[in-house]
Design a protein around this ligand. Structure first.
Ligand SMILES: [Cu+2]
Length: 508
């Protein structure tokens, strides 16, 4: 095993593969944790589709965070922590500007905070890491060594449940919600606290894209398992109450060796020989994927993190970093009936090379199409920026004092690194020492440049998360719209996030 410093040094110096570390050409961002369990044969478990949440009355939903035992690996059960005891949680299928209140009740032994990723949400409902829901009758004190320290003015506690208010005054898009608890987001998402929230609007509905059963959300994530089927994760404190963090070997991030789609290992879906809209989400803690189809095939991308592109973009492969979304259309009528089309991860090796399989079972009528023009998006215009700010994502310190930081500072709630003005546009420049998927809350952006060159084809459209690679400089044009108040930007490698790679910004 190469030490962490040596590992980073190698990546920095050469960008080449590091033997024995589960890396592939320096493209992966974490350490793979081996399962104790023999994995099931791939492509035997049917693809589940998460249940659609049902409102208790128009515009109002209630969801309970609780433990449940579910069968993930056939023949075993896994205790998950899920929204309504499911993993993924229920899908909220909502409409633009349809103000929605979701009451989240926490029945877990740990505090939680729920963030709607990609949401244009008032600050009080944005899922700030120290704005917590604690199960009724349970006390909670910030653990010693928590990055927020003991400044209790920065912590808020709701007993039992709280309402999150989502105005959803934003374009149709594939959003997702997940836990965002201070210092413990990574283990709590690993245990299952994540789900989809789809925003629909008239513009997206009016397009002849595949609909209904041919519009499939696919949550891709990796997990590892103990011999009895329990999730395996290298936390230093399994209670998740006293001490934050993972074993030192996993400081780069935790990667599992079992790939799940919608909570099932390497599932199989029977599909018509027709077009399907696949809403790809990488909900992994740290793993990046380069998705491709075998025996060949193309993805026609119609949407990014935050909705429709101006025009479709065709990809042979899509690199997707944690928290990114790609809405793609795959035309299964291009394959003879009977073909097995495998979604593979060309950054993976061994068990992480396969993702899921589609079995083309029958010819079918298909009225769908991908129009050449999808939406109107003004190309980003750098001259509109009223400010340029640099955010450097980097490990600082050594040994036990090492931390993942932004501009050399570990996260401290209440000390914003920037105060952009509502209604303005800025250039934010992200620089890095490693793979850091950078996520900005509230404010949506377009990628301007990558290493001084034009953006990648996969950078098109409105985004909230951008894949910043080792020693890369990525410029994005950010628009501050919606609300004033405290928000954050952070690395979405969840282990980095928990190790303080977050910062406040305040929209003024
Ligand atoms: Cu990071």
């Amino acid at each position: 095993m190469i030490s962490r410093r040596g590992f980073l040094g190698l990546l920095g110096g050469t960008g080449l593969a590091v033997a024995g570390c589960g890396t592939s050409a320096g493209e992966t961002a974490g350490q793979t944790l081996a399962s104790a369990l023999a994995p099931p044969a791939p492509f035997t478990v049917p693809l589940p589709v998460p249940e659609t949440a049902v409102p208790v009355r128009p515009g109002h939903y209630e969801v309970v965070q609780r433990a449940a035992r579910v069968e993930i690996i056939p023949g075993t059960t896994t205790e998950i922590w899920g929204y309504d005891g499911t993993f993924p949680g229920p899908t909220f299928d909502l409409r633009r500007a349809g103000r929605t209140v979701i009451r989240v009740r926490n029945e877990l032994p740990v505090p939680t905070s729920t963030h709607l990723h990609g949401g244009v949400t008032p600050p009080g409902s944005d899922g700030y890491p120290t704005d917590l829901v604690v199960a009724e009758g349970r006390g909670f004190r910030p653990p010693p060594g928590a990055h927020a320290g003991h400044d209790l003015s920065q912590w808020t506690f709701h007993s039992g449940a709280r309402d999150y208010v989502y105005p959803l005054d934003q374009r149709a898009a594939t959003l997702w919600y997940h836990d965002h608890r201070m210092d413990f987001t990574a283990p709590q998402v690993w245990r299952g606290l994540a789900g989809f929230l789809l925003v629909r609007d008239d513009e997206d509905d009016a397009l002849p894209l595949p609909k209904g059963a041919r519009d499939l959300p696919l949550m891709i994530c990796d997990r590892s398992f103990e011999e009895d089927g329990a999730f395996r994760y290298p936390e230093v404190d399994p209670s998740l109450l006293v001490k934050a963090g993972v074993e030192e070997d996993f400081m780069e991030g935790v990667e599992g060796d079992v790939i799940l789609v919608n909570g099932a290992p390497w599932p199989v879906a029977e599909v018509d020989a027709a077009r399907y809209r696949l809403r790809l989400l990488n909900a992994s803690n740290a793993r990046r994927y380069r998705l491709a189809l075998t025996p060949g095939g193309r993805f026609v991308q119609v949407g990014s993190d935050l909705g429709l592109l101006a025009a479709p973009v065709t990809h042979e492969a899509i690199t997707i970093a944690p928290a990114e979304r790609f809405d793609v259309v795959v035309d299964f009528s291009a394959y003879p009936v009977g073909t097995e089309v495998t979604l593979v991860n060309t950054l993976g090796t061994g068990s992480t090379r396969d993702v899921m399989r589609f079995r083309v079972t029958r010819k079918a009528k298909d009225d769908s199409a991908v129009p050449g023009r999808l939406s109107r998006i003004d190309p980003p215009d750098r001259s509109r920026a009223v400010a340029t700010r640099v955010f450097d994502f980097r490990m600082t310190g050594q040994g036990g004092g090492a931390a993942w930081t932004i501009n050399g500072r570990p996260f401290r709630p209440g000390r914003p690194l920037a105060r952009p003005r509502l209604g303005t546009t800025e250039v934010w420049r992200f620089t890095s020492d490693f793979h850091h998927p950078v996520h900005v809350h509230l404010a949506h952006f377009q990628v301007l440049s990558r290493g001084g060159r034009p953006p990648a084809p996969t950078d098109a459209g409105w985004k909230d998360t951008v894949d910043v690679r080792p020693y890369e400089v990525v410029d994005v044009l950010v628009r501050f719209e919606g609300y004033r108040g405290r928000y954050m930007l952070h690395c979405h490698n969840l282990e980095h996030e928990d190790m303080a790679m977050m910062a406040d910004f305040e929209v003024v």
